[in-house]
Design a protein around this ligand. Structure first.
Ligand SMILES: O=C(O)CCC(=O)C(=O)O
Length: 251
């Protein structure tokens, strides 16, 4: 049984991302939440799951528990992995990996600042440790929500359609010309993915994205994974005229 419809795939192609509501079973979500909260002490021992007042101004962190079975299976098990394969192609993705828990705590601020720009992952800067000449080392991004995220709540934020801009741009420009994967030009309006635990956003590796500014009272928890094609090392410097050449699921 397919999870995605032809409309879903068309939306992904056009916008570079797809939100799937209620993608995950509540039990799977609940077990992942328990594991994640048991690691919150990595940020501060003050943080108490039952006391939102202890979450304020604790910053943005990636917890070291993305390889725990309960977290990995959010992405590297069906239904989400099957959705990823429906986009990229059956049997073409590595079947194992982690899903980094990105925790974006609320700020004690009144005014929301929409992010001015995002980035592409895996592009070199002078300080990020990514070697010069590297390009994106994954195929498809997946963000799974483990908390309720309302507007202005620090949601995963994307620039719809930017994947098409970059697919064309890198056909004519050296990959090193984009330090940190940040666009030197306007990519238009951003979209903040809002949702609830168990909602998922699948996104193209060339989609510009970032974390939003969280002025809600809730903590934004997103487990982010980056599945990659098994042959990515052979194809990742290829920016073909048809940017869907390596997306057998939808080309
Ligand atoms: O936490 C987020 O919403 C964005 C994370 C991000 O930009 C990244 O992992 O590259």
């Amino acid at each position: 049984m397919a999870y995605l419809t032809a409309e879903d795939k068309a939306f992904f192609k056009e916008n570079g991302f797809l939100v799937v509501r209620d993608a995950l079973n509540p039990q799977v979500v609940s077990e992942a939440q328990d594991v994640l909260w048991s690691h919150m002490g990595q940020v501060s021992e003050e943080i108490d799951r039952k006391r939102p007042d202890t979450w304020i101004n604790k910053g943005y962190h990636v917890l070291r528990c993305g390889s725990e079975a309960e977290i990995k299976r959010l992405v590297y098990a069906d239904p989400v992995f099957a959705m990823a394969e429906e986009l990229v192609g059956k049997g073409l993705l590595h079947t194992d990996g982690g899903a980094g828990p990105h925790v974006n705590f609320p700020r004690d601020e009144q005014e929301w600042n929409p992010p001015k720009h995002g980035h592409l992952d895996g592009y070199h800067t002078l300080s990020n440790g990514v070697p010069k000449g590297t390009v994106s080392q994954f195929t498809l991004g997946v963000a799974v929500y483990l908390s309720q995220i309302n507007a202005e709540g620090g949601g995963f934020t994307v620039w719809p359609g930017s994947h098409k801009v970059w697919g064309e741009f890198f056909r004519y420009h050296d990959v090193d010309c984009l330090p940190g994967g940040i666009a030197p030009f306007d990519l238009g309006e951003s979209y903040e993915f809002t949702g609830k635990p168990g909602d998922v956003c699948l996104w193209h590796s060339l989609l510009t994205h970032t974390a939003g500014h969280n002025i809600s009272r809730n903590v934004r928890i997103a487990c982010i994974a980056r599945p990659r094609r098994k042959d990515l090392d052979q194809i990742r410097y290829d920016f073909p005229k048809d940017m869907w050449k390596y997306w057998e699921g939808i080309n």
